[in-house]
Design a protein around this ligand. Structure first.
Ligand SMILES: [Zn+2]
Length: 737
């Protein structure tokens, strides 16, 4: 046990016992955690366990017992381990359990389905059993559970009752089919093995809703009605027909009348999208030689199936080894690789044991071995898991996975917690660590509408949507991966964070006059190349139809822009991790910021002097002229001296300049080894300020020309120019008078 694991174990232990038994050990533990600045983390663990009583108790302790006896032994030192049993003060308090995943599908859609189910199961164990994760990777998870005789299988069965309950299936299945068409032309009959009564009801309700659509709205008398009256009367007579049809079905199914009534009630929760998912050509009522009614009866009369737990104890690994998925092996599930049970065991199930749209995004294109079968075989388990997952690669949907980064102290930020806090209007669905994004913005093209994601690129679109939706603080703590078709594309954290700041600074529009915003697309692609300063410049000089321009009074936007300049350097540095080229680029970006701080002081001084006597367009022209001269320190000084009464300027540490100020100061102090104490001061607003001289600029340039070759210097000055232009955007955005 490492120290973090000890903390977790005691947290789970205290959450699991009766609050009356919370004694001095508990108080010492809570205070210890607070002293170690771990109190917030502790509260988060308990919140995840839904342990409200212990949380309330902790608040009492904090309020009324601010001191604890220093001589008491730290309870963390009273923990010991015998094999997998954890002992606290000579008493066993629980066990550690290591499980591995028995199912590792290759196909993205079904893998996401298994991942989400397991993640939900973990949450369930946290809530119900005060379980806590001690360690975790793609294959295994180790839990501590404050129980001695914990049986995974029992909990799994209870979890299935919960995950496939009426309400949970409404969220994962019904809302999903109501939200988007899975395919344009619809699909044929689908039928899943039901693991709960509620699952039967929802499946039957899905067909009843479809039947309604077919009988009431689809017939010619309704669709081709010429007047409102005709339509009204068609609606009435069709509704009567449906009523008789349903009454007939109810008697056909004498054993399950109550269930049938419930299914009819649930069928009202499907909207028009949900009711028209099936293909009109294949899925028809009996009167049109279809089988909808038969399906409803089949589903309601079928016995309940069993769903195996996709986790097993590591000790059982020999008997229950992991399978390889793929279509080369006969009589195996194409999705999970397990053996398909003999027909005699599955004959109660009237559906097809093969892939459908809910399992794979494009089921018919899977088989390469040419077995003559249209769809690959899928086992009962995979069908059930696929049914319960709302995340599907359909209709241009984008799936993004979020995995929390672990910091030095192994603290994890759980994405679920952040995602729950957001208003999810924009993001359609969230399941576990997956985010489903639908592209709802379209551009006009050749008379039609194209999703903007197709126009600007799926990766670019996803970067932008995610950056716009999640706060930068959250993004910085996550590793994100985009699932595009069958490939996985990592979305670098730094790109998302930078884009998030660009959004805060410029609020760019994605669509401008029915077309994609070229400037924004350019900026996104520059960000992907780590060209942050050029990206800022691109948006700072964009039209007011494309972005919200920055003005003098755009205080918070100017502040975010300076934060972005800082994040540009720090995240580049953090991402370099031994990559020499990137580390050099990071050092370079700090130098650009330092030179920006120095030269900005002069440019701004020139602006202030000119503004006293000159019209606005002259001020703009002169400042632009000065910025062009930054390629050469002497030219720059001559040009500035033309306007200025003296050679000394002042840098101010403003909100919108703090980073460049700090870098410039560091350059003077540490690189040029100047004594700054006589130059520093504070103005009347308490703002830090520093006097600089023409000589500082000459010396800084001389120093950097030693450090960089000619090409690098050109790049340095180019970036410096772009930076200054963006900094003076409020001036250049003023209309000349
Ligand atoms: Zn399977």
């Amino acid at each position: 046990m490492d120290s973090q694991q000890r903390k977790k174990i005691l947290a789970a232990h205290f959450a699991g016992i009766n609050p009356d038994e919370l004694t001095t050990d508990f108080e010492v533990f809570v205070h210890g955690m607070r002293q170690a600045k771990r109190y917030e983390q502790l509260k988060q663990w308990w919140e995840e366990m839904d342990a409200l009583r212990v949380l309330r108790h902790t608040e009492q302790v904090m309020k009324y017992k601010s001191e604890v006896n220093k001589f008491l032994t730290n309870p963390l030192d009273l923990l010991s381990q015998q094999k997998d049993t954890i002992i606290f003060k000579d008493k066993p308090i629980g066990k550690t359990y290591s499980y591995y995943r028995t199912v590792l599908p290759q196909e993205i859609q079904i893998r996401v389905a298994y991942d989400t189910l397991i993640e939900r199961f973990m949450t369930f164990l946290q809530h119900e059993k005060c379980a806590i994760r001690l360690s975790e990777n793609q294959l295994t998870v180790t839990l501590f559970i404050p129980k001695i005789n914990f049986q995974l299988e029992n909990e799994w069965q209870q979890f299935i009752q919960f995950a496939y309950s009426e309400e949970e299936l409404y969220k994962s299945f019904t809302l999903f089919v109501n939200s988007m068409k899975l395919t344009n032309r619809g699909f044929g009959y689908v039928h899943f093995p039901s693991v709960t009564e509620a699952m039967k009801l929802w499946q039957a309700a899905f067909y009843i809703a479809t039947l309604k659509e077919r009988v009431i709205r689809y017939p010619d008398n309704y669709r081709k009605a010429k007047t409102d009256e005709e339509r009204e009367s068609a609606f009435k007579s069709n509704r009567e027909e449906l009523k008789q049809l349903l009454d007939g079905l109810r008697t056909e199914l004498r054993t399950n009348e109550l269930n049938f009534d419930k299914a009819v009630r649930l069928s009202r929760r499907f909207n028009r999208t949900g009711s028209s998912q099936f293909s009109y050509g294949t899925v028809k009522p009996r009167s049109k030689k279809g089988k909808i009614e038969d399906k409803i009866i089949e589903i309601l009369e079928e016995p309940v199936s069993h769903l195996n737990c996709p986790l097993a104890l590591v000790d059982e690994i020999a008997q229950n080894h992991i399978h390889v998925a793929g279509d080369t092996i006969k009589n195996r599930c194409y999705s999970c690789g397990r053996h398909l049970p003999p027909k005699s065991e599955t004959c109660y199930f009237k559906g097809k044991l093969e892939a459908n749209r809910f399992v794979f995004s494009d089921p018919s294109q899977r088989l390469q071995s040419g077995s003559g079968q249209a769809q690959p075989s899928i086992c009962l388990n995979c069908l059930v898991v696929a049914f319960g997952c709302p995340i599907k690669l359909a209709g241009g949907a984008i799936i993004v996975r979020l995995v929390p980064q672990t910091d030095e102290e192994n603290q994890q930020i759980l994405p679920e917690k952040y995602l729950q806090m957001l208003t999810l209007g924009e993001l359609n669905l969230i399941a576990g660590r997956y985010l489903l994004i639908n592209c709802r913005e379209f551009v006009r093209e050749r008379g039609g509408a194209t999703p903007v994601s197709e126009k600007i690129g799926q990766v670019q679109y996803t970067l932008w949507r995610v950056a716009r939706t999640l706060p930068s603080g959250t993004l910085e703590k996550m590793d994100l991966t985009l699932f595009a078709g069958e490939s996985e594309i990592p979305l670098p954290t730094r790109h998302l964070v930078w884009l998030s700041y660009l959004q805060d600074s410029f609020s760019p529009r994605l669509i401008v006059n029915g077309k994609d915003n070229m400037r924004l697309c350019q900026a996104i692609r520059l960000i992907q190349k780590d060209e942050v300063i050029a990206a800022i410049y691109t948006l700072a000089t964009a039209e007011s139809t494309e972005v919200t321009p920055i003005y003098d009074w755009s205080y918070s936007e100017k502040r975010s822009l300076e934060e972005l300049r800082e994040k540009y350097c720090t995240l580049l540095e953090r991402s370099s991790k031994g990559d020499k080229i990137m580390a050099k680029q990071a050092a370079f970006s700090y130098d650009v910021a330092a030179l920006t701080g120095l030269t900005y002081a002069y440019c701004d001084y020139v602006r202030r002097v000119l503004e006293k006597s000159e019209p606005r367009d002259t001020v703009q022209r002169e400042v632009k002229k000065l910025i062009e001269k930054v390629v050469n320190a002497s030219f720059f000084n001559y040009e500035a001296a033309d306007v200025l009464p003296r050679t000394r300027a002042t840098m101010f540490r403003n909100d919108d300049n703090y980073f460049c100020y700090d870098r410039a100061k560091q350059l003077l102090k540490e690189t040029l080894k100047l004594e700054l104490s006589g130059r520093e001061g504070q103005n009347e607003k308490g703002q830090e300020q520093l006097a600089v001289y023409f000589d500082d600029i000459l010396n800084a340039y001389a120093e950097l020309s030693q450090k960089y070759n000619k090409t690098e210097q050109r790049k340095l000055f180019y970036q410096l120019k772009l930076n200054l232009h963006a900094k003076f955007a409020p001036l250049f955005n003023q209309k000349g008078d």
